[in-house]
Design a protein. Structure first.
Length: 114
């Protein structure tokens, strides 16, 4: 059964096996401060413009996250991706705060300009 959300454990398992594209929906400056391993940066306000180039496979598994559960960015980005025809998009609603709280590492790197 399709699950539109992704738990920390599911997310960690997917990234470790390389079976998912991870998208941070925060602005570039937050991405550069630290992001989940292997994540790409697509700010929620730029999904329509950047997704076609950065996410060419509309059937690929995608997990979108932002800062924490109160942050709406990942939900907005997930909604837009689904409207654009992406078929396997999950919202990791607890986001970066949940990841760090679990003692899991963040990566640091500059965002790629779109």
């Amino acid at each position: 059964m399709y699950n539109p959300t992704s738990t920390r454990t599911e997310r960690r398992d997917l990234i470790e096996t390389g079976d998912v594209t991870v998208v941070e929906a925060l602005p570039a400056q937050y991405f550069e401060q630290g992001h989940l391993p292997g994540a790409i940066n697509i700010p929620h306000t730029e999904v329509r413009e950047l997704a076609p180039a950065l996410l060419p496979d509309k059937d690929a598994a995608i997990v979108v996250y932002c800062a924490n559960e109160p942050c709406p960015n990942s939900g907005i980005a997930t909604h837009v991706l689904r409207k654009l025809g992406y078929t396997d998009v999950r919202d990791y609603a607890e986001g970066k705060a949940d990841w760090v709280e679990a003692g899991l590492a963040l990566e640091q790197a500059a965002a790629v300009a779109g």
